[in-house]
Write a protein of this length. Structure first.
Length: 239
């Protein structure tokens, strides 16, 4: 819940509580008793009972009803605070980071897309440990639900690569369809771990020389590989 909505809940609760106090005062209750009685009633605490003659008046009934609304609003507000705190702690991320810290000679994959998804399937079959850098929480939740280790962030940023354990990884696979992004990821990762072996996807052949200067260990051109595989399959079937 946003801060603005939380403030609205607080203001609404305070306004209803004030009206409840005024109704109680009008029913003939002293100021101090009205304050304490309505405050406790708003917290669903029946510590103090009003005199029977006063407690049965319409004004007290209306005050009681308002206190019920105040209790409901306070419950929603406290629940929102709890969930906001829970999200801020980011328990999932702490669990993932602790697991990554125990990894060595693993593979870092960035970013997550259709190409890297196929790669992940192969790594799972070979039981090779890896960490995936994803763009958003939706992808992170999806991978985490499948037992993977996702890190949310921009893979060109050094702190994100550090969180993914690039310092202790053996390989980095850059999977972006943007050659420039793959180059930037490679340069950032090599600045953390100079011995890191980078395997980079490349889409455009004219970027081969540029990628070579980024200290990349191996280059993969999936479009050409796919074309060759299709060509070989056609040749086999025709011949």
């Amino acid at each position: 819940m946003t801060g603005q909505k939380q403030y609205l809940l607080i203001y609404a609760s305070a306004a209803l509580l004030l009206i409840s106090v005024l109704l109680t005062l009008k029913a003939g209750v002293s100021f101090s008793v009205a304050i304490v009685w309505n405050f406790l009633a708003a917290l669903d605490i029946m510590y103090y009972s009003l005199p029977f003659a006063i407690s049965k008046t319409p004004l007290i009934f209306a005050a009681n009803l308002l206190d019920v609304f105040v209790f409901a609003l306070l419950t929603v507000w406290l629940a929102s605070l709890f969930f906001d705190f829970f999200r801020s702690v980011r328990i999932r991320d702490r669990i993932i980071l602790n697991k990554i810290k125990r990894l060595h000679n693993h593979i870092v994959i960035a970013p997550f897309n259709g190409f890297s998804e196929t790669l992940i399937e192969g790594l799972d079959k070979s039981r090779i440990p890896y960490v995936v850098i994803v763009d958003n929480e939706k992808e992170a939740n999806l991978l985490y639900s499948k037992g993977k280790l996702p890190i949310v962030g921009d893979p060109t940023q050094i702190d994100v690569l550090r969180n993914a354990g690039a310092k202790w990884a053996s390989h980095l696979v850059t999977c972006s369809a943007d050659d420039v992004q793959n180059i930037l990821i490679s340069i950032s990762a090599k600045s953390i771990n100079d011995s890191l072996k980078v395997i980079s996807r490349i889409v455009k052949q004219e970027n081969l020389q540029r990628i070579g200067h980024a200290g990349i260990y191996k280059i993969v051109m999936p479009e050409i590989i796919a074309g060759e595989d299709i060509g070989n399959e056609i040749v086999k079937r025709v011949l």
